[in-house]
Design a protein around this ligand. Sequence first.
Ligand SMILES: Nc1ncnc2c1ncn2[C@@H]1O[C@H](COP(=O)(O)OP(=O)(O)O)[C@@H](O)[C@H]1O
Ligand SMILES: [Mg+2]
Length: 366
Amino acid sequence: MHVKNIRLINFRNYDNLSLDFNRKTNVFVGKNAQGKTNLLEGIYICATGRSFKTNRDKEIINFSKKEAYIGANVSIGEYERFIEIKMERDRTKRIRINKTELKNYKELNSGLNVIIFSPDDLKLVKEGPQERRNFLDLEISQLKPIYSHNILRYNKVLFQRNNLLRLNKFSKNIEELIEIFDLQLAKIGTDIILERQRYVEEISKICKITHNKITLNKESLELKYISNIDILKDKWKMEQNYIDLLKKNRKKDIENSSTQLGPHRDDLYIGIDHKELKTYGSQGQQRTAVLSIKLSEIELIKDQKGFYPVLLLDDVFSELDGERKRYLISLFKDIQTLITTTDTTDLKELKDIEKSVFNIENGNIK
Ligand SMILES: Nc1ncnc2c1ncn2[C@@H]1O[C@H](COP(=O)(O)OP(=O)(O)O)[C@@H](O)[C@H]1O
Ligand SMILES: [Mg+2]
């Protein structure tokens, strides 16, 4: 799959940009704060419906304007899709695919898959479980739109249950009221946990191989989904078990006015040679592990969708050592890649690659 072109109107520091991409490698060179990351953000939003920089769409609209527009033509196998996103200050964004408006912007399934490499990637290892859950949710949603629908429903029920816990702490029939929410939480929660577990199992198989390759068999990388709900083969039993757990924990939940158990408290374990990477890994090991995970996602998308995703490399290329650069470059012949850099020496390393080079200056591209 590849992005053919993009149009950005009043989007961050772009007034009105129309740009055709090379279907192989695209290099964007520019000083700091010229709009390199903004351009990648535009493409990312076309794929996932949301930004990797912010949850507030308003920030994306040009400071002095009321609305912003992104339009992109993408080619996915034999299909062409025209993805359009309109953001206004006082309403939720609207998304159209081939001129048909989506009912719920969170259900965007543009068919476009992207993988982004950015300096923020280390957060996946270093920060708290929320970061890793977000990562799983985003990646699974890119493969299965129904999953993001389940996450939405789960969060809604969780929010209602927590409200109930807070507002009716002292009412007599609180337990009865909560029961209804427990049944729903357990049903949707079971689906979410199983889906995450399946994803982690698949990605971890690929990760093992990738990590062996880039560390020349020196380290073994292990990923595991860690749930506070027992994962059982029998889905029905798992759900029953889950309901019982919620029931057992109800008194505590009422006391704390919050729901202690469920996929919203789960985590993804990332380990190297049987030790948790977050605590015991060096900075270098952490970087390499994240790179392996990202590279493995590329393969997983290829396996499941039949096409390679579009790669977005934001300011990371010049940071990689020779071995890792060569590995990435070896992928570029099959995959559309957008690279941003401040450093023109990157271009020398890409001299044998089919590419277009663009200069970005203050929201203008040449
Ligand atoms: N909503 C907005 N409206 C106008 N300009 C914006 C908006 N959001 C960010 N910018 C500008 O975009 C620039 C940063 O762009 P960015 O793509 O992050 O730069 P870089 O080239 O370093 O990756 C800054 O100059 C910032 O002021
Ligand atoms: Mg940047």
